[in-house]
Design a protein around this ligand. Sequence first.
Ligand code: NAD
Length: 299
Amino acid sequence: MATIGFIGLGNMGAPMAANLVKAGHRVTGFDLVPGAVEALTAKGGDAAASAAEAAAAGDVVITMLPAGPQVRSVYLDEGGILASARRGALLIDCSTIDVETARAVAAAAKGVGFDMLDAPVSGGVSGAATASLTFMVGGEAEIFARAQPVLAAMGRTIVHAGAAGNGQAAKICNNMILGVSMIAVCEAFSLAERLGLEAQTLFDISSKSSGQCWALTSYCPVPGPVPASPANRDYAPGFTAAMMLKDLRLAQQAAGATATATPLGAAAANLYQLFVDGGAGGLDFSGIYRLIGKSDDKT
Ligand code: NAD
C-alpha cells in the first residue's frame, strides 16, 4: 500500500481521497478550507497543515485543484510540491487544466527528477464517490504503469492517452463534443416543440436513430424521457454550466494555440458564456435548454 499526499479536497478530491483510504492507502490531505481536511481525518486520513507538508508525506502526491493557476502555484512556488516532495515521488495532477500548463509543470517536475502524470477525470462527483471515474492519462508509459494501482482505487477506466499533456488534450476534446452535442439536442427539442412533435416521441425515435448521442440518451435536457437526468430536478447539477464553460474555454485556448478551426466549439463556448453571464453558472449544463428552448417569444 502506498503513502499518498493529497492536495485539493473539494467536491471531487474529497471522495477520491476517501476511496484511497478505503483501499488501504495512507493518505495525508491538505486543502485551503480547514473543514475539508477535517472531513478527511474523519474518514481515516491524516491532516497536513500545508501543501508542502502533504507533499512530503507521500511516495505519491495527487492534486485535484480548480484550474491551471492553482496547479502552477501549488507545484512550482517556493514551498510547493517540487520543493517539498520526497525524492523519487510520483506526482499525479487530476485537475482539468490547460494543456500548456500541464506540459510546463510536467517538464519542470522532470527537470528536478520527478515522474509526473496529468490524469484528468470524467464521471463527476458521483463517479468520484463510487470509485468509477475514467482517467485520461498523459505521461511516459512506465510512469503510467507505476500509477495504475493508485488510480485503480479511484476509477474504473484508466486510459493512457500518450505523452505529457495528452490527458488534458483528451479531456477538453471530449468535453467539446459534449458541449456541442448538448446544444444540438436542445435545438432539436426546441424545434420539435414548435413543430408540434412531442418530446417523448422525438426521444423514442432519435435515441434509436442517427441522432443518438450521450447528451440525448443519458442526459436528456428536457424533463420526462430520461428520469435520472437533471432536467427532472430543475437542472440541479450534475456538472455545472460554469464547469462546462471552463472546459470549452480551455478547448478554445488550445484551438487558438494550434490554429485549429473549431467553429462549433467556439459557438458552444459563446452560448455557455451567455448562459453563465445570465446567472445560470450553478445550474447543470443541460439547463442551457432554458436559453435555447425558451418558448415565451414563440408564435
Ligand atoms: P472544488 O472547487 O470543489 O475543489 C477544489 C479544491 O481545491 C477546493 O476545496 C479548494 O479549497 C482547493 N484549493 C484551491 N487552491 C488550493 C491550494 N492552493 N492549496 C490547497 N487546496 C486548494 O472543485 P472540484 O469540483 O473538486 O473540481 C476539481 C477539478 O476537477 C477541477 O479542475 C474540475 O474542472 C475537475 N472536474 C470536476 C468535475 C465535477 O463534476 N466537479 C468533473 C470532472 C473534472
